[in-house]
Design a protein around this ligand. Structure first.
Ligand code: MN
Length: 292
């Protein structure tokens, strides 16, 4: 199942959608399956924590639901309220090589591949959906695209084993880990508002199958810049989950951006990023200058 948040017009209230055969069905009434919100809230995204109930409700609603073509939907992040966004740095050998070869851009602060560097966190406030676009800040500095497979956690995971780790995945989406290059800590440079893009929808894990065999591709203004297969990851998704959960508990709605391949590069206002992952879909993300 493909689940999304979308609007038809800017500033409209978001609707919950299910995507089937090129159309987005309004299944917002499935939110009635959620337990009432309470305060203090439980950790995690309420919808992802109750995804099984919501899926049953969506299936009941679909036959009678109104729909629009995918092209007319403005997609927001398929996770509305993530607790945290985890980044996996230098997780493809060809990206390790390009980073090591250009220390003026990538700095010599960070050395080696992912096992030596460890995971990082991006602020949850940086998250947007593809229709919202990326708003560039610090124009005198380099802002790079990093095209990645996004992994969305569906169940609370603490100290899980590699063997069990994939049981905790709700689904997958296309992710952009936008980055300001420079010497500061990653948690600052990668947390600018709109520098985490997730979309266009969440594909539930059962519909993806083996997420470690997906072709990923990013083009800017029609020119392909990044192309790889998720089989090339240095540490795979299961190991990422086990490793992260050995340090901190993962909650439903937490997002892992699982690393980027070679070909990262600068984007400028007016650029259009087209991202595609086989078995998930495609999304277009416009780049603009942030309002001063
Ligand atoms: Mn990245």
């Amino acid at each position: 199942m493909k689940i999304c948040w979308y609007t038809q017009e800017q500033r409209e209230e978001a609707q919950l959608g299910a995507v089937v055969d090129g159309r987005v069905y309004d299944v917002s009434a499935a939110l009635q399956a959620l337990p009432p919100a309470r305060y203090p809230a439980l950790p995690g995204d309420l919808l992802l924590a109750n995804l099984d109930l919501v899926r049953v409700a969506i299936n009941q609603l679909l036959p009678g639901a109104a729909s629009i073509p995918v092209e007319r939907a403005r997609f927001l992040s398929p996770v509305a309220n993530p607790g945290k966004i985890i980044g996996v740095p230098v997780n493809y050998a060809d990206h390790v090589a390009e980073a090591n070869a250009d220390q003026a851009t990538f700095t010599d602060r960070y050395k080696g591949e992912v096992r030596e560097q460890g995971l990082f966190l991006k602020a949850a406030s940086s998250l947007v959906g593809p229709s919202e676009g990326v708003a560039l800040r610090f124009r005198q500095r380099l802002s790079h695209h990093e095209m990645e497979l996004g992994v969305v956690i569906g169940k609370t995971a603490a100290k899980v084993s590699v063997e069990e780790a994939l049981d905790y995945v709700a689904g997958y989406a296309i992710a952009l880990d936008m980055t300001v290059r420079g010497p500061e800590d990653r948690s600052l440079r990668k947390s600018v508002d709109s520098y985490a893009v997730l979309g266009p929808w969440l594909v539930t894990a059962d519909a993806v199958g083996d997420a470690q065999k997906l072709d990923i591709r990013l083009a800017v203004n029609g020119e392909v810049r990044q192309q790889a297969n998720t089989a090339e990851m240095i540490i795979g998704i299961a190991e990422q989950i086990a490793w992260a959960s050995s340090y901190y508990t993962l909650y439903p709605g937490d997002i892992i951006m699982s690393g980027t391949c070679a070909g990262v590069g600068q984007v400028l206002p007016g650029d259009v990023m087209e991202c595609e992952i086989a078995g998930i879909g495609a999304m277009r993300v416009d780049v603009r200058a942030a309002q001063d």
